[in-house]
Design a binder for this molecule. Structure first.
Ligand code: SF4
Length: 412
């Protein structure tokens, strides 16, 4: 009989909102085998995505880069030679020091983003930056728009517990192709469908795997999500599905919102979104008559120029219906602000040299060419105090207390 495979317990290293708990087969001290989702983690629930289930293929792939390489030919020639770590580190340090000597510390710009790095591996780079007085980076190319739009409404990057999707009667998966990129969303949404007969609505700018599995699929024009959301809220007010009592208690300007929406009819939105009036009416009716509607709002909102207002409008639907007050209802984008990390140690937020210029991550070309004006020091909100709780480089906690408030915040 074969000896039982030894298991190690870990967490997925990817910068993915699921943060799955993993069970890893340890075949030898140097080799891993299969990876499975932990069954005793109530969000992972034994399910992980295909790419991480087959992580061993990547970790042990013969083509994996295992050593530093130094270019020996002209750029683009692909000519490299293997170097030792010491040689590579020395070359990097000498290059940085030469730039500092000639142009000053701010000529060095540590530029990074996420991927397979956790808080220490990723944000520890900021500790070096702040200790040395290098230029800072405003992270703009991933989450900024969606975070800003969501926080504008809730005041905090936090929402309903995503496990509550399993207790929903309608799950709206908006701006994320969960079937392929957020498998855990589908785990809980499918549980709701199986056990409660919940409806699944998928909204995106192209027909994807999630729309194929949904009861209602809405394919709208890129950047037009806010128009759909406004028309939905118009119908909710028009047809008596707006929870006025909830709004009076927990939102800041329901009358102003209702007035604003007067002209945002389904006909108006149909012109903008490319959806039919019937589709918009049907979606509005479904969320208006289903108190336990859960809006799972994804990162698609960050990929267009109207991202922040689109996110704010979509999240506001849950405030108009009062879905937040029901278990299985409300909205969720990211719960980065619930952990209250003090990142001072990781990021060196108490370093005296940290108030340097800030460069926009999305404008690396212009910055490298010297055409991009830097933001002066003390310009960003997190300059005022050690940043707590934001989960991604582009995220920030705070914002005004706005249109919608979670029942948890309300209860607090
Ligand atoms: S879904 Fe995949 S990438 Fe995301 S946390 Fe789980 S295992 Fe990692």
């Amino acid at each position: 009989m074969n000896a039982p495979v030894k298991l190690a317990y870990s967490a997925c290293p990817h910068d993915c909102p699921s943060t799955c708990a993993l069970e890893v087969e340890v075949l030898t001290p140097e080799r891993i085998g299969r990876i499975r989702g932990a069954k005793d983690n109530s969000y992972t629930d034994g399910v992980i995505c295909a790419k991480v289930a087959r992580y061993a293929e990547r970790v042990h792939h013969p083509d994996r880069l295992m050593h530093p390489m130094i270019r020996t030919g002209p750029k683009g020639s692909g000519e490299f030679r293997q170097a030792t770590w010491e040689e590579a580190m020395t070359a990097a340090v000498e290059g940085i020091q030469a730039a500092e000597r000639e142009f000053g510390a701010e000529s060095v710009w540590p530029y990074f983003y996420a991927g397979t790095m956790g808080l220490v591996m990723r944000d520890g780079i900021n500790r070096l930056r702040h200790a040395m007085g290098y230029s800072r980076m405003y992270g703009t190319f991933c989450t900024s728009l969606a975070f800003a739009g969501y926080i504008t409404g809730t005041g905090k990057l936090a929402g309903a517990d995503p496990r509550e999707m399993a207790k929903s009667d309608c799950v709206v998966i908006w701006g994320t192709n969960a079937v392929n990129t957020q498998v855990n969303v589908m785990t809980h949404a499918m549980k709701a469908r199986k056990e409660r007969g919940a409806k699944i609505v998928a909204i995106d700018v192209y027909r994807n795997g999630t729309i194929d599995q949904a009861d209602m699929g809405l394919v709208l024009r890129p950047g037009s999500d806010g128009a759909l959301a406004c028309a939905v809220m118009h119908v909710l007010f028009r047809d008596g599905h707006a929870d006025r009592e909830y709004m009076a208690k927990y939102t800041d300007d329901p009358a102003g919102l209702e007035a604003h929406l007067q002209t945002r009819t389904p006909e108006w939105a149909a012109e903008i979104t490319g959806l039919s009036v019937e589709e918009i009416e049907a979606f509005a009716r479904l969320v208006g008559t289903t108190p336990r509607t859960f809006f799972r709002l994804g990162y698609g909102f960050t990929r267009g120029r109207n991202g922040a207002v689109n996110m704010h409008a979509a999240a506001s639907i849950a405030a108009v219906t009062g879905a937040w007050q029901h278990e299985g209802g409300g909205a969720f984008h990211n719960n980065g602000a619930i952990y209250n990390w003090d990142r001072s140690l990781i990021e060196g937020l108490d370093a005296p040299k940290r108030h340097t210029r800030t460069l926009d991550q999305s404008r690396i070309g212009a910055a490298a060419a010297g055409h991009h004006p830097a933001r002066p020091a003390h310009r960003w909100p997190w300059d005022r105090a050690p940043r707590r709780g934001a989960s991604c480089a582009g995220g920030a906690e705070g914002g005004r207390s706005g249109l919608h408030t979670s029942r948890r915040q309300a209860a607090a």
